[in-house]
Design a protein around this ligand. Structure first.
Ligand code: AMP
Length: 150
């Protein structure tokens, strides 16, 4: 069996991704894998420089990145105890592209994500990010469903 030495878990700080994160962490402990915790800042590409001057957007982007970094630090502090082998990453772009791209770049063996996220968009089985990652990733993907999700 191929070893699972690196697991990438994608978190958007929703209950669903918290649940997926717990699964990824317990797998990382069981398989002694390295864990990469990734959050993607969903970039508002279409709005850039259109309604607001460019300079304001740069400041806004800095503030968003600072806020996301703080959320990630607090998330890891609260959820990762007695486990050293992890790294956190924050990138900007389209979540599904960045999740797949980062996992490939880091040579992850498995991508873990929740079936639903913060958007609350109800597709038949999956949210849109989950669906796109499952459809487009060449790497194995594990989706984790929360008990009360439809
Ligand atoms: P969605 O398909 O948007 O409902 O989200 C499904 C799952 O994809 C979430 O539970 C997360 O694991 C992951 N995900 C969604 N958006 C992001 C994001 N911006 N950054 C990292 N992971 C995400």
């Amino acid at each position: 069996m191929k070893s699972i030495s690196k697991i990438l878990v994608a978190v958007d700080f929703s209950d669903s991704s918290d649940n997926a994160f717990q699964m990824a962490l317990s797998m990382a402990r069981s398989f002694s894998s390295q864990l990469i915790v990734l959050h993607v800042i969903n970039e508002p590409v279409d709005l850039r420089g259109f309604y607001v001057p460019h300079i304001s957007f740069e400041r806004l982007e800095e503030e968003i990145e600072e806020g996301a970094t703080k959320m990630m630090e607090s998330f890891c502090r609260q959820n990762i105890v007695d486990f050293e082998s992890y790294e956190c990453a924050i990138v900007a772009g389209l979540p599904y592209e960045q999740i797949i791209g980062h996992a490939e770049e880091k040579s992850a063996d498995l991508i873990v994500l929740g079936t639903h996220g913060r958007t609350g968009l109800d597709h038949v089985l999956f949210g849109s990010t989950a669906e796109k990652v499952v459809r487009k990733s060449k790497l194995p993907v594990l989706t984790v469903r929360l008990d009360d999700e439809s």
